[in-house]
Design a protein around this ligand. Structure first.
Ligand SMILES: Cc1cc2nc3c(=O)[nH]c(=O)nc-3n(C[C@H](O)[C@H](O)[C@H](O)COP(=O)(O)O)c2cc1C
Length: 312
């Protein structure tokens, strides 16, 4: 599964990941307050196409009324499921009791989750972390309680809120949730999976039903193809430079069509090192790509990358 990421898992990038083998997709997180207030940019984030199924729309919030009304608005767009974000650690979200901020108040987390489950006819999933702080990792019990109020899939990032993105993800507790005989819904694991080999190792070691890949997929949708290849027992493909350039251009064009040229130029800057990281001598091209504001120039630089660079 392509792990949901703000300003990353946009429709154009999701479609590319799907083509390369991501089985499940989720939108960027969307503020339930903004959806309830009909904020246009938030409503736009809910768009998807049929090829993306199964697809979830992810919402965040802390207020029962707006979470339920946002879930209903999202359900009207007919996604396959609604995902509640109880995992975001950033201060402006968690500080308001949204995202992983709710891990400070488990009874409220359970109450709000139940309210969302009861407010829509489609399945609801949750994505969360191990707990709030390193001294408090109640995920095994929380998972049972979330299942009891009716969620149909649980994704767990093996860090706490206090950890943010520091240290390494602790998968042992994810494994414990999966091993709990009371659990029957699918448990997906998340955190630090950066290669097909690691995906396979963690899948086998912890027995999870699915794995979410986030940062390692940025500019590297090819990782899903490699995961599929390794799961099927085959050899992992090296992706030709020309293919990397072609997909990068498709991503750029897709973002331009979706949100305009300026958005596309700015947002693509965080993807170039992903698309071309393994190529020797990419750095000078990267500097040019992230400093120009001219769309045609980006296109030309990418053509140069295609003819000038290779792996060794
Ligand atoms: C730029 C960025 C944006 C993110 N936005 C979201 C989000 O909107 N919703 C969410 O549930 N998680 C979000 N996350 C967390 C990721 O989905 C994932 O849980 C985390 O990066 C750990 O997985 P990884 O090690 O595979 O990257 C975001 C992470 C990053 C790096």
């Amino acid at each position: 599964m392509l792990s949901p990421m703000e300003a990353v898992t946009t429709p154009p990038f999701r479609n590319i990941c799907k083509r390369y083998g991501a089985d499940v997709l989720i939108s960027e997180f969307i503020s339930s307050d903004a959806i309830s207030r009909n904020v246009e940019s938030s409503l736009k984030k809910m768009t998807f196409n049929e090829q993306e199924r199964p697809l979830g729309i992810q919402i965040f919030g802390n207020n029962e009324e707006s979470l339920c009304s946002a879930a209903q608005v999202a359900a009207e767009t007919n996604p396959d499921f609604i995902d509640i974000n109880w995992g975001c650690p950033v201060r402006k979200i968690a500080g308001k009791g949204c995202g992983s901020g709710i891990l400070n108040d488990i009874p409220k987390m359970i109450k709000l989750t139940k309210a969302v489950v009861d407010s829509v006819q489609i399945p609801v999933s949750v994505k969360t972390r191990l707990g709030y702080s390193d001294e408090d990792k109640p995920i095994v019990e929380v998972a049972e309680r979330l299942q009891d109020v009716g969620i149909q899939l649980l994704s767990i990032h093996g860090r706490t809120r206090s950890q943010m993105y520091k240290g390494t993800a602790d998968w042992s507790l994810i494994g414990k949730v999966k091993d709990n005989p009371r659990m029957h819904i699918p448990i997906f694991g998340n955190g630090d999976i950066d290669s097909a080999e690691k995906m396979l190792e963690y899948k086998n070691r912890y027995g999870v039903d699915g794995i979410l890949i986030g940062r390692a997929a940025m500019g590297n949708p090819f990782i899903f193809k490699q995961c599929k290849q390794i799961l099927e027992g085959g050899k992992i493909d090296i992706i030709p430079v020309s293919e990397r350039v072609k997909v990068c251009k498709e991503h750029l064009n897709g973002l331009k069509e979706w949100r305009g040229e300026k958005y596309a130029l700015l947002e693509m800057r965080k993807f170039y090192s992903g698309y071309f990281r393994e190529l020797k001598n990419f750095k000078p091209f990267r500097i040019r790509l992230v400093t120009t504001n001219c769309y045609d120039e980006v296109d030309e630089i990418l053509d140069e990358v295609s003819v000038s660079l290779n792996y060794d």
